[in-house]
Design a protein around this ligand. Structure first.
Ligand code: MOS
Length: 693
């Protein structure tokens, strides 16, 4: 309770403020918003992995009823070839510019018609011929085109004398792990509606950060950034696949300009698989050298991932190796392998999620071979300071996560021997994994107006992709202003609200909360004695300490219990428990819900998700939910997610992000549990029937 008798909203569990609108269908997602004079675009995608378009014969399509025209590289407007996003120039952005095809699934034409059905029917008649060239989609760490990955996130680690420490180790685990290409598959497929007015681009887009995407669109269309207005009010999931500027938006904007009217482009589920990012496949070699008592002497994690030559990308798998455990020598290496594949983009805890599968599996293999309890091994090797950085941790409650998780899970009763628990045809096993997930904030700006009716209008370009971010930020604003939540009017999801972190990198809510808290402070100073509406705005850019003298992370410990059917090889997860240290929790109900969602994503990755390409054509053959399996309700057991007490000292309110950490660690915990059940290590995901039997 604050001095005015107002109960603090932060820390209270409240349902999503827009929940009723969503479950009654009243909340309008991008494709639900009616727009007068709307035309519809249907995307045509390339069917070869590499080559040149010889011809696009749209004659039949153009003769179909309702068809307004077909855009392709011959009539589309020119776009800025130098536009870029996160990792610099991105040559996958300018669509329909030339006849070159760099991956199967690349959008190469857009059929525009009065109705989506007419556009779809006409698109089916478009005949494309190619001069195909040999493609290369065979990913491996040893690929001749492999090269060091970008160090945009900082240099890889190299401390101590790795080879000497390995040579002095009583045990060296040296294993290779694989994860497949994976797809985000958000519930709401990518869709955008765009129109132009007086040289301004207006668009409704299903994305994770309209401000950032407005900047990319302005650069691509070479217009003043102030002239790109993007809105994303309700978004049906993203998982990273909507952090980047999507083809739906680029094509809708091109077509709206070309045909002089609003155009909507909705991708099909298939097109989401074919044309919007992916998690690249990884191959990871982990070497860990340890003394006989379990102390680590050497840690070496070399991870490789695939990307496209069209754009730089980083799947930063090596973070765990330099953060989780102390060792006199730590080396990490990151290798990029350019192939004729769909350009990857961030997906559900990029880097940390596949990285922790490999690394925390290897740690478990050390425990196995030394005959040490895997939980005890992890506790034994905890660092005092950042093992590579040498800096203190701002807050590190990983031990609390491991210990409290072990207590709740009943770890002490575990028989360490593999393949000893059996229930009929089922082998039963348990496993654990730890995670450190990098945390921080991105610059954001907020505006708050104290209205004459006693309410406060908060304007911030935040995005709520289904997590409850809007509701969390209302609580933050209420506490920062010292009023009840009913007096907060929250406006989000619009690039016109100013620069703000998108819902990505586990930083959307923390970054926007920081801006709101600082703005509320400024407003309260101005408010004293004011009688008219008062407005304050703050941009947090100068307030962010970019080179902190502390390492800022969130942490989790994941515990899994699995059964493995000895007859069918079916792995089922029976229990999952995640203990999280994610700073001060804004809304436990929504935070827990988000973490459980992430844990289901991890379960799905461990057992089901696998993008498969036909080596002959290079095409993704699992481009739908019939071929690309995700966990269904029946696969998901009771999941427990809870928090240890934590407070992030670098944030004025003690907050940290929790967007992605739920995902990381789950695959390793499950793989470790499968080993415990069966005595067999699975170093390749997913752990599907064929791999178990
Ligand atoms: Mo997240 S994969 O940064 O949306």
């Amino acid at each position: 309770m604050n001095p005015d008798g107002i109960t603090a909203a932060v820390g209270e569990s409240r349902p999503r403020i827009e929940g009723r609108l969503k479950v009654t269908g009243a909340a309008r997602y991008t494709a639900d918003v009616p727009v007068a004079g709307l035309a519809h675009g249907w995307v045509v995608t390339a069917t070869v992995s590499r080559g040149r378009i010889r011809d696009i014969d749209a004659g039949e399509a153009l003769a179909q009823p309702g068809v307004l025209g077909v855009l392709d590289h011959r009539n589309a407007r020119r776009l800025n070839p130098d536009a870029g996003q996160y990792f610099g120039p991105d040559r996958s952005l300018p669509l329909l510019q030339d006849e070159v095809v760099a991956y199967a699934g690349r959008p190469i034409a857009l059929v525009v018609a009065e109705t989506p059905e007419q556009a779809r029917a006409a698109a089916a008649t478009v005949r494309v011929t190619y001069d195909a060239e040999p493609h290369d989609i065979e990913f491996s760490l040893a690929h001749p085109a492999a090269r060091p990955a970008s160090t945009l996130f900082g240099p890889e680690a190299d401390t101590g004398d790795l080879e000497a420490e390995l040579a002095a180790s009583a045990l060296v685990v040296d294993e290779v792990y694989h994860t497949p290409e994976e797809n985000h598959s958000a519930m709401e497929p990518h869709v955008a509606t765009a129109w132009w007015q007086d040289g301004h681009l207006h668009a409704l887009d299903s994305d994770q950060g309209p401000f950032g995407i407005s900047q990319v669109m302005a650069s691509l269309f070479l217009i003043d950034p102030e002239r790109a207005h993007i809105r994303a009010e309700h978004v049906g999931g993203g998982f990273g696949g909507k952090t980047v500027c999507g083809p739906q938006l680029i094509l809708a904007a091109m077509a709206a300009e070309h045909f002089g009217r609003p155009v909507r482009v909705a991708l099909t589920r298939r097109q989401v698989f074919l044309a919007t990012g992916s998690r690249p496949p990884t191959e990871q070699r982990v070497r860990i050298g340890a003394d006989a008592d379990g102390r680590f002497r050497a840690v070496h994690h070399h991870a490789a991932f695939a990307l496209s030559p069209l754009a730089e990308y980083i799947e930063w798998c090596t973070e765990q190796a330099r953060t989780l455990y102390a060792a006199p020598a730590i080396r990490t290496e990151l290798t990029a392998v350019p192939l004729d594949l769909l350009p990857p983009c961030s997906m559900r805890g990029p880097g940390a999620t596949p990285g922790s599968f490999a690394f925390e599996s290897a740690v478990d293999e050390v425990a196995e071979r030394l005959g040490i309890d895997p939980l005890r091994l992890r506790l034994l090797n905890q660092p005092e300071v950042g093992p590579v950085s040498g800096r203190p941790f701002s807050s590190r409650r990983l031990v609390a996560c491991l210990q409290e998780g072990a207590r709740r899970f009943g770890w002490a009763q575990r028989d360490p021997r593999p393949r000893v628990r059996r229930e009929g045809d089922l082998l039963v096993g348990t496993g654990v994994a730890a995670v450190a997930f990098i945390a921080g904030v991105f610059p954001s700006s907020a505006t708050i107006t104290a209205e004459t009716d006693g309410t406060f209008s908060v304007r911030i370009g935040a995005t709520d992709i289904g997590t409850g971010a809007r509701t969390a930020l209302i609580a933050v604003a209420a506490d920062a202003l010292g009023v009840g939540v009913e007096r907060i009017r929250m406006h989000i999801g619009d690039s016109d609200l100013g620069m703000a972190a998108g819902a990505g990198g586990s930083r959307g809510t923390t970054s926007c909360a920081f801006a709101i808290v600082e703005t509320a402070k400024a407003l309260r100073e101005k408010l004293a004695g004011a009688t008219t509406p008062v407005t304050a705005s703050v941009d947090t850019t100068p307030l962010i300490n970019w080179r902190p003298d502390e390492d800022r992370y969130t942490y989790s410990a994941v515990f899994a219990e699995v059964t493995v059917d000895v007859a069918t090889g079916e792995v089922r997860v029976r229990r999952l428990l995640g203990m999280f240290a994610v700073g001060r929790v804004i809304n436990p109900l929504l935070a827990r819900s988000q973490l459980i969602g992430g844990m289901i994503g991890g379960l799905s990755m461990a057992l089901h998700e696998e993008g498969v390409r036909d080596p002959v054509t290079g095409r993704l053959v699992t481009a739908d939910f019939a071929g690309y399996h995700i966990s269904a309700h029946a696969d998901v057991p009771g999941i427990e997610a809870d928090f240890v007490a934590d407070y992030e000292p670098q944030d004025p309110s003690g907050f940290n992000g929790l967007g992605e950490i739920g995902n990381a660690g789950v695959a390793a915990a499950i793989a470790n549990a499968v080993w415990h059940a069966t005595g067999t290590r699975h170093r390749t995901l997913p752990i599907s029937l064929g791999r178990v039997v």
